[in-house]
Design a protein around this ligand. Structure first.
Ligand code: ADP
Length: 306
């Protein structure tokens, strides 16, 4: 039997006149890294807060690890790992002291050394929290969520505002969690993050889920072709390129041409033959599949970062 860690059915949440979550349904299985993806204001945080028992839905059913979340469901809370906001830290404690302080709240806690290793903060164990970089603080927040060795880890925008290197550091932590068999629910407005980490995503827009599935499936459902981008040092014969095997569309831009093809190997073979013969002044060539950003754009007519 499949083991469902999160079950949401018809969740609705309003703040006065604002319909923040408009009746969404989804499930998450044990061991999944599941992403709630969408722009600011889409309803991601509200959904997560309902799962955590911090907000009471107006209607709908929620089960987390088989139980209804509520502020007083302590048995459930002990099985959840929730990333705390930065403001919950004590700036004058060291990293190790912070972890051991929080560990005391639980009957069973993971050893501090192990937690530090997991989030790559062993070298910072004696540093004061106030002296950590943004990325280090976020990794500490994840370590705090792991103190009670939870079955389900809930991370709300864990990499918001971080530079790429710090972001990739957190991705490694999340992958390590998955390797341990934990279930991870994360929210993000970074499309590439969702693609890199999540087995499945729910794309949210204005309180609704507008697409749900594996990133590769969602992309393949809407985009059958692959983009081949050429960078040129001179003129190319556009009619010739349009007629290459597999090519269905050609978009010329300044010193670039984007070809959309259903047969990448054939198109590439024809392009490299022309380059070798000297009839195509090629400087660079990449091919890329369409991304989740293209999916969101196709479904809403907007880009996610506006
Ligand atoms: P996201 O996490 O995707 O950015 P939120 O769940 O934070 O989305 O917000 C969804 C909608 O609900 C937005 O329109 C937001 O302005 C509104 N909202 C969120 N929290 C509150 C609140 N405490 N009071 C009133 N409106 C809120």
């Amino acid at each position: 039997m499949r083991s469902l860690v999160i079950e949401v059915e018809g969740l609705v949440k309003r703040y006065g006149e604002t319909l923040a979550v408009a009746g969404i349904s989804f499930t998450v299985e044990r061991g999944e890294v599941f992403g709630l993806l969408g722009p600011n204001g889409a309803g991601k945080t509200t959904t997560v807060e309902c799962l955590e028992g911090l907000r009471v839905p107006d209607s709908g059913e929620i089960r987390v690890l088989g139980e209804p979340p509520s502020p007083t469901n302590y048995a459930l809370k002990a099985r959840l790992g929730i990333q705390l906001q930065d403001s919950a830290f004590f700036p004058r404690l060291t990293v190790a002291e912070t972890l051991s302080t929080f560990a005391r709240f639980y009957p069973q806690a993971r050893p501090v050394g192990e937690l530090l290793e997991l989030v790559a903060l062993s070298e910072k164990r004696r540093s004061l929290v106030k002296d950590l970089s943004g990325g280090q603080r976020q990794r500490l927040a994840v370590a705090l969520a792991l103190v009670n060795d939870p079955e389900l880890l809930i991370l709300d925008e864990p990499t918001a505002g971080l530079d790429p290197q710090a972001r990739h550091g957190l991705w490694d932590v999340i992958r390590a969690m998955q390797a341990e068999g934990k279930t991870v629910l994360l929210t993000t407005h970074y499309m590439e993050e969702a693609e890199a980490l999540c087995g499945r995503v729910a794309i949210m827009d204005r309180g609704e889920i507008i697409a749900l599935g594996a990133p590769t499936e969602l992309i393949a459902r809407l985009f059958k072709e692959t983009a081949v981008e050429l960078e040129l040092t001179g003129k190319a014969d556009l009619d010739d390129l349009s007629a290459l095997p597999g090519v269905s569309r050609l978009v010329p831009e300044d010193d670039r041409i984007v070809l959309y093809t259903s047969d990448v190997p054939q198109t590439l073979a024809a392009l490299t033959t022309r380059a070798a013969q000297g009839s195509l002044p090629l400087r660079d060539l990449i091919w890329r599949r369409a991304s989740l950003e293209d999916v969101y754009l196709a479904l809403t007519g907007r880009r996610i970062r506006e």
